[in-house]
Design a binder for this molecule. Structure first.
Ligand code: ATP
Ligand code: MG
Ligand code: MG
Length: 361
C-alpha cells in the first residue's frame, strides 16, 4: 500500500482520507498542539507534533510516508522544510510561504501577470489612512496573516469604519485592496501531477454569507471566462512548479476575471466534485502527489453544494449526499455540506433554496 501523511486534521484531511482509501492509500495525520482531531479519528494514525523533537523522529512517527501534504495554508513552513529532507512535500513549502501571507500572495500573482484588485500594503494607522487616500472608498483591509473565512479582514465604506478597522487591525501588517464591483464570484480547481499532467474542473459559481462560502454551483457556463481562468491557473502551476490541487478564487467583472486569492489545496468550492465528477478533487489531489494518472474532472449534470454553517442537522429535502464532519457545534462553523444534482438548472436552484431555507430558518 501507499502511505501519505497529511498535516492538519480538519474536514479536508478527513475527505482526502475517505477518498484515498478506495485507491488503496493509507494515511497518518499530524496534529498541532491543541488541534481538534475529531474529523480524522479512525481514518489513520494520529501524530501529535509536540511529542516529536526532530524532523527524523516525526517522519518515523508518521509511518515513513511516501509523500506529505497539507490540508490548509496556515502550516509551519520551517516544519515542512524539515520533513522535506525525508520525502517529497507537495505542494512545495515555498507555495505555502506565499499563500499564507496576503502581500506575498498578491505580489506573486502580479508577478505571473494575473490581474488583481488595486492594492496597497499598510502597517499602522498612518499608512492605512494614506492607503485610503490612494484607493478611495470602499476598500477591504485584510491582515496579511491568519485570514480565512472572511476573518481578520474589514470592509470599509467610510471614515468612521476606517477608524474602527484601524483599532481592530492594531499593529498587524495589512493589505488594503479596492472593493471589486463584481457580478458574481467563481473558482477554478485544478490539479497537476508530479509528471506535469494537468486537469481542471469546470468553473464553479460561489455565493458567500458574511465572508464564508454558503453555496457552490457547477458548471458555470461561460467558455470565455473558463478559458481565462484556466490560462491563469496553468500559468501559476508552471511558474511555481506546482504539484497537487490548486484553487483560484475570482471575481467576475465587466472586464473579465479579477483574481481574489488562491488556495494551495483542495477547496470548499470543490466539494461538489464528490458527487458531480467522476474523480473528486480529493482523489485527484492524491493521484497528483503520488504521480498517478489523473481521473476525469468533467461534470455530467448540474451540481450544487450547500455548506452547513453552524447547523448540524441533515436536511429532509431530497439530496444526493450529506457529509457531516463530526465536529462540535459552534456558531458559523463548517459542520458539513449537502450535495444536490439535477439535470435542470432551475430545478437545482429551487431545490438548493429549499435546503437553505430548511437549514437556516
Ligand atoms: P477564504 O475562506 O475564501 O480563504 P478569506 O478570509 O481568505 O476567505 P477572501 O476570500 O479574501 O477572504 O474574502 C472573503 C470574501 O469577501 C470574498 O469571497 C468576497 O465575497 C469578499 N471580498 C474580499 N475581497 C474583496 C474585494 N476586494 N472586493 C469585493 N469583495 C471582496
Ligand atoms: Mg483565503
Ligand atoms: Mg477567499
Amino acid at each position: 500500500t501507499r502511505h501519505i501523511a497529511i498535516v492538519g486534521c480538519g474536514q479536508l484531511a478527513q475527505m482526502m482520507a475517505q477518498e484515498g482509501q478506495p485507491l488503496g492509500i493509507t494515511f497518518s495525520f499530524l496534529a498541532e498542539e491543541g488541534e481538534n482531531t475529531s474529523c480524522v479519528e479512525g481514518l489513520g494514525e494520529l501524530i501529535k507534533l509536540e511529542e516529536h523533537e526532530s524532523g527524523e523522529a516525526l517522519y518515523q512517527a508518521l509511518g515513513r510516508p511516501e509523500v506529505i501534504t497539507a490540508e490548509r495554508e496556515q502550516v509551519d513552513v520551517a516544519l515542512l522544510r524539515k520533513l522535506q529532507q525525508f520525502c517529497p512535500v507537495y505542494p512545495d513549502p515555498h507555495i505555502f510561504e506565499k499563500a499564507q501571507h496576503r502581500l506575498r500572495e498578491k505580489l506573486a500573482l502580479t508577478e505571473s501577470g494575473l490581474p488583481v484588485a488595486p492594492f496597497v500594503p499598510a502597517l499602522g494607522a498612518d499608512e492605512l489612512r494614506r492607503a485610503l487616500g490612494t484607493l478611495g472608498y470602499p476598500v477591504f483591509i485584510k491582515s496579511c496573516e491568519n485570514g480565512y473565512d472572511g476573518k481578520n479582514q474589514w470592509r470599509v465604506k467610510n471614515q468612521a469604519q476606517l477608524e474602527g478597522a484601524i483599532e481592530e487591525a492594531q499593529s498587524q501588517a495589512c493589505v488594503v485592496e479596492a472593493a471589486v464591483d463584481f457580478s458574481c464570484e467563481v473558482s477554478l480547481v485544478g490539479v497537476r501531477s508530479v509528471s506535469g499532467e494537468v486537469k481542471t474542473y469546470p468553473l464553479t459559481e460561489n455565493l458567500h454569507r458574511q465572508g464564508t462560502l454558503l453555496v457552490s454551483k457547477a458548471p458555470f457556463h461561460d467558455s470565455q471566462l473558463m478559458r481565462q481562468a484556466q490560462g491563469y491557473l496553468d500559468k501559476l502551476m508552471r511558474d511555481w512548479d506546482y504539484v497537487g490541487a490548486l484553487t483560484l478564487e475570482c471575481f467576475v467583472t465587466t472586464e473579465g476575471l479579477i483574481v481574489n486569492e488562491i488556495a494551495p489545496r483542495v477547496h470548499n468550492s470543490g466539494h461538489w466534485t464528490l458527487v458531480g465528477a467522476e474523480s473528486s478533487q480529493f482523489a485527484n489531489h492524491l493521484r497528483a502527489i503520488l504521480d498517478m494518472p489523473l481521473g476525469d474532472t468533467q461534470c455530467s449534470s448540474p451540481t450544487a453544494m450547500i455548506n452547513m454553517l453552524g447547523v448540524n442537522k441533515s436536511p429532509s429535502q431530497k439530496n444526493e449526499g450529506v457529509w457531516l464532519y463530526g465536529k462540535s457545534l459552534k456558531e458559523g462553523r463548517k459542520m458539513g455540506h449537502v450535495i444536490l444534482v439535477d439535470n435542470c438548472v432551475h430545478q437545482l436552484s429551487r431545490r438548493s433554496e429549499a435546503v437553505i431555507d430548511e437549514l437556516y430558518r
